[in-house]
Design a protein. Structure first.
Lengths: 114, 110
């Protein structure tokens, strides 16, 4: 069974940093592109970033480019999202998603507020 | 901001057929496959259809999809109470170099 378990969310002040993690199991992690998708509670889905199998190719939404960095550790089957210079508008539930089959984690809430 | 446009809501009585449209452009739907996701409130989204019209294992055959040009659509036939959820289309956008989601459609079973 595919499992994606996000962690690292919480309350952070504007301008602060946070690193999200996603522990993957039940599939060959190193053979899957991986994505981060976010959702403001009560609003729609917004794609944030993705990374290829080896971690050598990444793409970002314009809204996070230059502030967020996606990475992966295939030996640990773990996906990361380093979020810097956080803004109030980054407040959302962040989902880890497996590319291809589009399996989703349960999400972790990030709140940016003073 | 979403680049794929969906109607905000759709509704029907049990057993009816409901259709949801998704309008995009040549940089996304026009040249890339469309996926559809279902999200029951309070839960994570779930893949409903991939590659325009393909159902993953476990998805009932009352869900079907189609694509023509820069638009796609999702049809739910034989609407059931458990189909009440939010539905999103999505596709890769070659110009934006990113994955784009639709604005979402809330389906209500009357």
């Amino acid at each position: 069974e595919v499992q994606l378990v996000e962690s690292g969310g919480g309350l952070v002040q504007p301008g602060g940093s946070l690193r999200l993690s996603c522990a993957a199991s039940g599939f060959t992690f190193s053979s899957s592109w991986m994505h981060w998708v976010r959702q403001v509670p009560g609003e729609g889905l917004v794609w944030v970033s993705n990374v290829n199998y080896e971690g050598s190719t990444t793409f970002y939404a314009d809204s996070v480019k230059g502030r967020f960095t996606i990475s992966r550790d295939n030996a640990k089957s773990t996906l990361y999202l380093q979020m810097n210079s956080l803004r109030a508008e980054d407040t959302a539930v962040y989902y880890c998603v497996r590319g291809g089959s589009w399996d989703w984690g349960q999400g972790t809430l990030v709140t940016v507020s003073a | 901001q979403s680049v794929l446009t969906q109607p905000p809501s759709a509704s029907g009585t049990p057993g009816q057929r409901v259709t949801i449209s998704c309008s995009g452009s040549s940089s996304n739907i026009g040249n890339n496959p469309v996926n559809w996701y279902q999200q029951v409130p309070g839960t994570a989204p779930k893949l409903l259809l991939h590659s325009n019209d393909q159902r993953p294992s476990g998805v009932p055959d009352r869900f079907s999809g189609s694509k023509s040009g820069t638009s796609a659509s999702l049809a739910i036939s034989g609407l059931q109470s458990e189909d009440e959820a939010d539905y999103y289309c999505a596709a890769w956008d070659g110009s934006l170099k990113g994955y784009v989601f639709g604005t979402g459609t809330k389906v209500t079973v009357l």
